[in-house]
Design a binder for this molecule. Structure first.
Ligand SMILES: Cc1cc2nc3c(=O)[nH]c(=O)nc-3n(C[C@H](O)[C@H](O)[C@H](O)COP(=O)(O)OP(=O)(O)OC[C@H]3O[C@@H](n4cnc5c(N)ncnc54)[C@H](O)[C@@H]3O)c2cc1C
Length: 665
């Protein structure tokens, strides 16, 4: 099948406007005759459901949680980008477009990203109108902060709860439509298959997670907004329930899956504490502004620290290896996320990890306490302050900036990070890959759409901070509501789609048989046993460092594990009750298939990109040599010359990156 991205012709800055002027529309009276299923009510699905219902479509929305308010989007802390240029610091639609494409290692679809940058400003207006309490400055205007990979301040935020506040906004908009009867909300329902009738997506099979009942639901179009699949690694910063099932089911019914192996691995997370852990916690990227990352220089100190015979604070400056500052003097501790993550893993793999598992490095604020403390002593006119006084003054400043994060760290690790350096380690955080979509956000199944983290299009090999919320809300509030009309315009006379068709029957039968299998299998191992094993293979062989041999082994191991799973998995309880293990069995079965595709994708990509480092690119002196290939079609079209490529080459030289240029039509 030839993929057709359906990107409109014309200069990149005019594409979206021209396109909207020309696509088919459905008139308001006809919208009342059209049903749309939205699977997922996080920021992407919640905003899409509310907007489609407001437009007049009949929406059926599904979520496996007990309320849309509990979608994983609630976890987002840092903020949401928008090219408002409120700071007057030179931001523009083009700059946001450029940063996002560059941040994604030039692997995103430029036309989609330009559109994303264009509508970013509308998102802020929409959310403010809903009452989202974005942070404001002293004068009452919306405030902004900076995130990695950019030169401007364009991140809007609501304390450390941006995702939660945005979700409450989308949820309020949804509730209004639920009250009007335009959205039928199916909480605690899990979509387990998509139904294709006459080549088009016409419905889903869902399981009522409370009663166990299998239900058929029909519609004229199906939208997948089911989030990311980072939990294929078992341990990640994602919510425990995040999974690939909805995306995987449409993939198995014919929708293409793109870039499955591109995962973002965030450098500042609380390290794993042992084998019985099921979740990892993110510490904000902002901490790297004031923390210095190090491991001991000498192995005897590493061992003494691990055995509890020495404290990190006892090591002198000479006994510490500030490896990021040593390797990347220009960027220091503020290297991009992917570089910081790989470097931490390299030091830990070399044996210098400082906790019991050997997978942790220090993030130390002592230098900031001193720097801020001395400054404060001057400001407060304190003569000859003692060391303790300086430290205390500095700690107050750090507390004002990051106090809640320090508190969170202390609660989880049970160590006071004001007195001893924090320990951090990279963790799986976001999946850039997903269901392939065209410019309309339609998958390769007609009538089946994918939005938010579930699709692949906007972040290439690496996502910049604060851009996922932007994409989810752009897709849901401003893009899909237009583009879906172009398709649905052909359905105004179709009438209600019947669920009494052979296609629905066959899909329901398949779902029921699988559930019965799990309940009746009486195997010996729990679902988590397999999930943990899969996660270990994924992390060890398909994580940040990859090589052909490891990936080939991973493919074999995952395949064997899957076979074992289908023979020996044990699911307690019955199918006619709330059975979390049963729900998880289906999700892990899909992860076991995705994992293999993931490894195959990584194997054929003979490149290092984003957070992934292909070990074959080791140079003779042992340094990493990364290879990046650039796609510049639209950027060239827009700028008229490949200037950006040259600029970027110079920037990348510090990391020994070989640039291969490639142009796609
Ligand atoms: C700790 C953390 C912090 C983050 N901070 C930021 C940040 O500051 N800024 C930023 O831009 N991004 C951030 N991100 C990323 C961002 O939060 C997510 O990418 C984004 O919220 C995903 O939104 P979504 O609507 O696509 O999916 P989700 O919010 O994951 O929603 C998925 C929905 O799909 C439903 N669902 C899934 N499968 C099924 C099924 N089979 N049947 C029925 N329903 C189903 C779920 O019930 C849920 O309603 C962060 C991520 C993490 C992990």
């Amino acid at each position: 099948m030839a993929l057709d991205s359906k990107v409109p012709k014309g200069p990149i800055k005019d594409k979206w406007t021209d396109y909207k002027n020309q696509i088919n529309l459905v008139n308001p009276a006809n919208k009342r005759n059209i049903d749309v299923i939205v699977v997922g009510t996080g920021l992407a699905g919640g905003s899409a459901s509310a907007t489609l219902a407001e437009l007049g479509y009949n929406v059926k929305a599904f979520a496996y949680q007990d309320s849309p308010r509990r979608a994983h989007s609630i976890a987002a802390q840092g903020g949401i980008n928008a090219a408002k240029n409120y700071q007057g610091d030179g931001d523009s639609t083009y700059r946001l477009f450029y940063d996002t494409v560059k941040g994604g290692d030039y692997r995103s679809r430029e036309s989609n990203v330009y559109r994303l940058a264009e509508v970013s400003a509308n998102i802020i207006d929409q959310c403010v109108a809903q009452g989202v309490p974005f942070a404001r400055d002293y004068g009452g205007l919306l405030d902004n902060r900076s995130f990695g990979g950019v030169l401007v301040s364009r991140t809007f935020y609501a304390k450390g709860q941006t995702g939660q506040q945005l979700l409450l906004g989308a949820y309020s908009a949804m509730n209004r439509q639920i009250a009007r009867g335009k959205i039928e909300m199916f909480n605690r329902h899990e979509m387990l298959d998509v139904v294709i009738v006459g080549g088009k997506a016409r419905g889903i099979i869902a399981r009522n997670l409370v009663t166990g009942e299998i239900e058929r639901h029909s519609a004229h179009a199906v939208v997948i907004a089911s989030g990311g699949y980072g939990n294929v690694y078992f341990l990640s910063t994602n919510a425990m329930g995040s999974n690939v099932t909805a995306g995987w089911k449409v993939h198995k019914k014919g929708a293409y899956f793109a870039n499955p192996c591109y995962t973002q691995i965030h450098p500042t997370c609380i390290p794993r504490s042992g084998d019985y852990q099921s979740k990892l916690t993110l510490m904000s990227e902002s901490l790297r502004n004031d923390g210095r990352i190090w491991v001991p220089k000498h192995m005897e100190d590493v061992l003494a620290i691990r055995e509890g015979k020495k404290k990190p604070t006892e090591l002198t400056e000479e006994q510490r290896d500030y490896y990021l500052e040593r390797r990347y003097p220009a960027f220091g501790n503020l290297v991009p996320r992917d570089v910081a993550s790989r470097a931490a893993k390299e030091r830990s793999d070399a044996g210098y990890g400082v906790n019991a598992t050997g997978e942790a490095v220090y993030l130390d604020f002592a230098a900031s306490f001193e720097r801020y403390g001395k400054e404060q002593a001057k400001i407060q006119n304190i003569q000859n302050p003692s060391e303790a006084k300086i430290k205390a003054l500095g700690q107050e400043i750090v507390k004002a900036k990051y106090g809640n994060l320090f508190q969170m760290y202390e609660k989880i690790v049970d160590e006071n990070p004001y007195e001893t350096p924090m320990m951090i380690y990279p963790a799986v955080h976001y999946t850039m890959g997903g269901v392939w979509v065209d410019y309309n956000l339609m998958t390769t199944i007609p009538g089946c759409y994918a939005i938010g983290e579930a699709n692949f299009s906007d972040h290439g090999a690496n996502r910049l901070g604060a851009s996922a919320l932007m994409q989810g809300l752009a897709d849901g509030y401003f893009v899909l509501p237009y583009t879906i009309g172009d398709y649905l315009a052909d359905d105004i006379r179709t009438g209600t789609i019947s669920t009494e068709s052979p296609e629905f029957e066959a899909a329901e039968k398949e779902v029921t048989e699988r559930i019965e299998f799990f309940i009746n299998n009486e195997g010996t191992h729990s679902v988590d046993y397999y999930h943990k094993k899969l996660g270990k293979i994924m992390w060890d062989k398909c994580g940040m460092s990859r090589n052909a041999e490891g990936l080939e082994t991973a493919i074999e191991e995952i395949s064997a594990l899957r076979k074992d799973f289908w023979q020996n998995v044990n699911v307690p309880g019955t199918s006619a009750e709330y059975n979390e293990q049963l729900a998880k069995a289906g999700r892990v079965a899909d992860f076991l298939e995705l994992g293999e595709l993931f490894a195959k994708d990584a194997l054929v990509r003979e490149e290092s990109a984003g957070g992934h480092f292909r070990e074959e690119h080791q140079t003779e002196d042992g340094e990493a040599k990364r290879i990046k290939e650039f796609q510049f079609v639209s950027a060239w079209e827009y700028k008229g010359e490949p200037k950006d490529a040259v600029l970027h080459k110079e920037e990348l030289a510090y990391e020994n990156i070989e640039v291969k240029e490639r142009s796609y039509k």
